[in-house]
Design a protein around this ligand. Structure first.
Ligand SMILES: [Zn+2]
Length: 97
C-alpha cells in the first residue's frame, strides 16, 4: 500500500473542491500555519501541472474583500471596520488538461 505524505494528501483534497485552511487544519490536526506552508509549497511545485485557485477572504460585517495576499494564511481582522468576523479564503487546485 502506498503511504502518502501530508502534502500529497493535501494536494488530493485541494483537487476535490474549495476548502479553507481552517477546515484542512481541523481535518489534518495540524496548525493552520503548517497547512499554509504546505499550500505555499504545493503552489510552487504544481506550477506547470496546474493552478492553485484562491477565493479571497471577505469581511462578513462590511463586505471588504481582501486582495490576493503575499501570505496565504487569511487575515484575522478587517482593516476597514476592524471586525473579526472574516469569511475564510478558500483554495482549490485545478489541474491542466
Ligand atoms: Zn469589515
Amino acid at each position: 500500500m502506498v503511504e502518502y505524505t501530508r502534502r500529497q494528501r493535501l494536494t488530493e483534497d485541494l483537487k476535490n473542491g474549495w476548502i479553507s485552511i481552517r477546515a484542512l487544519s481541523m481535518s489534518y490536526k495540524f496548525p493552520e500555519k503548517v497547512i499554509a506552508d504546505d499550500i505555499e509549497h504545493i503552489k510552487k511545485s504544481i506550477s506547470r501541472r496546474g493552478k492553485l485557485m484562491l477565493k479571497p477572504a471577505e469581511c462578513i460585517n462590511c463586505g471588504f474583500v481582501f486582495k490576493e495576499r503575499e501570505k496565504i494564511k487569511g487575515p484575522s481582522k478587517c482593516p476597514e471596520c476592524k471586525s473579526e468576523r472574516i469569511k475564510d479564503g478558500m483554495f482549490m487546485l485545478v489541474e491542466n488538461k
